[in-house]
Design a protein around this ligand. Sequence first.
Ligand code: FES
Ligand SMILES: [Fe+2]
Length: 461
Amino acid sequence: MNVQVKSEIPRCPGAPTFQEIMRSDGGIIKDVLAAQSNPPQSRDDIPFSKYISQDFASLEMKKMWEKVWQYVCREDQVAEPGDYLVYDIGHHSIVVVRTDDGALKAYHNSCLHRGTKLKPSESSGWSANIQCPYHGWTWNLDGTLNEVPCAWEFPHLDYETNRLPEVQVDIWNGLVFINMDLNGPSLLEYLGVLPEHFKDWPWTDWYLFMHLEKELYCNWKTAQEAFMEAYHTPLVHPELTQVVGDWNMQHDVFDDHVTRDLCALAVASPAAKKKISEQERIDRVMLGGRSPDGKSVTLEEGQSARNAMAKQVRKALTDGFGMDTSSFSDAEMIDSIKYNLFPNIFLYTGMALRSIHRVKPIKNDPNRCTFEVLMMRPVPKGQPRPDPAQMVKIPEDMNYVDVKELAAFPLSQITFDQDTGNLRAQHEGMLASAKGAETLSIYQESRIRAFHDTLDKYINR
Ligand code: FES
Ligand SMILES: [Fe+2]
């Protein structure tokens, strides 16, 4: 791994770095987690027009969304010939289909007769072919035109050229992506360092067990940026202060499309005022002293809360899913290892927390977005792959603490409510701003800066 750009930017003074915390665990240190990259950046303010202007949202759709690779679904959601899933972004709609020969294809979801959507937005299911619901023009799964009712009415129709127009589609690590730009880079080129970084973290043996989508009143970037820094964490999530290394989290910027943060768990925040024992810390990590198997965790002499938590996670993965965790470090077992793939997904690839967050604008509205949480679990060894979860929609005025699907994750319920609770106020504050711009911190918000730098590159192309 050749990524070792030393940062000249000062980190949280007096607090251990993620690297120091990871090394104090002992055991394996993997190159991928030892890598650091945070090149110098501009310190200019970023205008709020990028978040609130309709003109900018339209430009963003044309110059960015139509040019980038976007995560659609897990491969097992379109596993069999005839399985399809519709992906919508802005006014665009793309239908992804598994063809009879097992290939994946993706088409613009619009009929070549008079334009009707071939499949409803956000739908998924199975069909033997793709038939328009209006007059019944029908395409084969491979996109060739199969049948036109009253064919004698269309002597001028060339079946060969009336194939469904395609977009690029490809799979990486069990994840399906599309790109509307037929002249754009391949998915592999676009992913930059991701394939190399994820070589020990295959996602193919994990399945989607929960999928939540919530509507939010804010720009999609505002929602996303709440998960790109932990500067807000001590104030917004006070219950995490003794268990999350927030202000001293590591932020990496690898290339135009990939950034990362490494956040140590079961350590005190640099903002923690009170010193507590490691036993008290593990009690808080394990939610009242209970491990996933329901038993209290008593630390052995000299054992850290991190090591005890890692042991618990190893046991849960081995007992519950038959997984061999011996090649993973404690940091891989418990920490939040979160990659942001431009423009709009986070991949949490730690063993205790493997999930995807995705944020999308609603239609072309700069004021509204959807925030999705997709949680993964390992497929239990020797057992059939469970079916992927169906998406559950949550309205903006419903709290995560009232979402029954999340009842087993009380800390996630609280933190998601806290994280999304500020977003309406932030968006309304942007609209009310006299300054008209934001001023970012130099390290803790460097990934937000990197995101905007890349966005500007697309906008200015
Ligand atoms: S609009 Fe599709 S068949 Fe007429
Ligand atoms: Fe947060």
